[in-house]
Design a protein. Structure first.
Length: 113
């Protein structure tokens, strides 16, 4: 019961905190998708609100960097692929710094089911 309440409370906090400057300038569709992904990650990993906010910011930053790379290099180019790989590595490193090894393992386990 406490877990369900915590998830609902965190979801509410995420919804309120989404109106941050980090999310300014991105379309509603991707922003909503990122919010939903973070809610699922919170349920799986037991994220606190600070961790959830950090991961949401990382997702938004990844999106923005990939959009910039698309404009700079064009779709289908090897340069775009390289830039997006670099951006993903930075995102993954940020997630790893934001959560514990146990939380990260819970995410991996959920994806391998």
């Amino acid at each position: 019961m406490k877990s369900k309440f915590a998830t609902i409370a965190l979801s509410t906090l995420l919804s309120i905190s989404i109106v941050t400057s980090a999310s300014a300038g991105i379309p509603a569709g991707p922003k909503k998708r990122f919010e939903n992904e973070v809610v699922k990650m919170t349920q799986i990993m037991g994220l606190n609100s600070t961790q959830a906010d950090q991961i949401l910011d990382l997702k938004i930053d990844l999106y923005k960097k990939n959009q910039q790379a698309r404009k700079q290099f064009g779709e289908g180019s090897s340069e775009l692929s390289s830039a997006m790989n670099k951006n993903m590595q930075a995102y993954q490193k940020g997630v790893s710094k934001s959560v514990s090894k146990k939380q990260l393992q819970a995410l991996f386990d959920s994806r391998n089911k």
